[in-house]
Design a binder for this molecule. Structure first.
Ligand code: AMP
Ligand code: MN
Ligand code: MN
Ligand code: MN
Length: 284
């Protein structure tokens, strides 16, 4: 069994189609795959179909942007019924602010001498309802403003940087309500990237568990070995299921290929064994 339960397509800020991802998953030996685009399930149907054609088991997914105490936190939902109205309406409300935020980012960049960034970013957008900071980053790299996307976030788009625009996403409670209404399992995505102090992290997981959250990403391309060890311990201490996903976006930008992560450590219970998730796997 090789699972990759976190990946992005052109339906959000990935650069490849669900069909391309399914082919890559197959080529890299993935046997259980989830597409988890930001705030949209619009790629799930074609991903499920492509997975079946390649003989890969599939879980529906979405990565929901959440605002928790003024911080942005990403929650991956796995196994959701992608037709459920409460989930669909919730995700639509999360997407609704993105275009307006993009205009604000454009204005801030223009003020500091980088004009027409929105027009440039839109050339990279595959889903008109989903403009992301990643699309701006690609434009700023392509036009030579920055050497790579990492530099773009450091100088311009990351929290506190020159063209950062704060945004109010769904609350943690709302996101978990949508996920559970749609029969899914909530997973804390790349927890080490959320910039929480030890005390905040503890409070966050207390709340997540109290709201019925069940899993944490232990293995992700965003974690170094000591972070993996920390979340391995946290998963055990809190009896959370463990998830693993490359968070693949693009062959050049991403550090790890789809299916490129090692297996989960033996002493953890993989999220696909969760009682409520196992029956939601679409067997190829
Ligand atoms: P958004 O949801 O539009 O705010 O964009 C967030 C996305 O930007 C994340 O999902 C990543 O794909 C990307 N991102 C965030 N921080 C960085 C970073 N430091 N380097 C590269 N990409 C980043
Ligand atoms: Mn992304
Ligand atoms: Mn994320
Ligand atoms: Mn992601």
């Amino acid at each position: 069994m090789k699972a990759d339960l976190h990946s992005h397509s052109t339906h959000s800020d990935g650069t490849q189609s669900p069909q391309w991802l399914a082919q890559a998953a197959h080529d890299n030996g993935v046997t259980l795959w989830a597409l988890t685009d930001h705030d949209t399930i619009s790629g799930v149907a074609s991903a499920a179909q492509a997975a079946a054609q390649h003989g890969i088991d599939f879980l529906s997914g979405v990565e929901i942007s959440v605002t928790w105490h003024e911080k942005t936190i990403h929650i991956v939902a796995l196994g959701v019924d992608e037709t459920h109205p409460e989930l669909c309406q919730g995700l639509a409300s999360n997407r609704a602010g993105r275009t307006q935020r993009a205009h604000f980012i454009d204005a801030k960049l223009a003020q500091i001498g980088i004009p027409n960034a929105l027009t440039g970013a839109l050339q990279y957008v595959g889903n008109s309802e989903l403009i992301s900071r990643s699309h701006f980053a690609r434009h700023l790299v392509a036009t030579g403003v920055c050497a790579n996307t990492h530099e773009v976030f450091q100088r311009y788009l990351g929290e506190g940087a020159a063209a950062y625009v704060p945004h109010q996403w769904a609350s943690l409670e709302q996101a978990l309500r949508w996920i559970h209404a749609a029969s899914g399992v909530a997973v804390v995505a790349h927890p080490a990237r959320h910039d929480l102090t030890a005390q905040q992290e503890c409070a966050f997981f207390d709340e997540f568990v109290a709201l019925g959250g069940q899993a944490v990403e232990v293995l992700t391309s965003a974690h170094n070995p000591s972070e993996i060890a920390h979340y391995q311990q946290l998963a055990q201490a809190r009896t959370l299921y463990a998830s693993c996903g490359s968070d693949f976006h693009d062959p050049k930008e991403s550090r790890i290929a789809l299916g490129g992560l090692p297996p989960l450590p033996d002493n953890l219970t993989p999220v696909w064994q969760a009682e409520t998730l196992a029956p939601r796997i679409r067997r190829a």
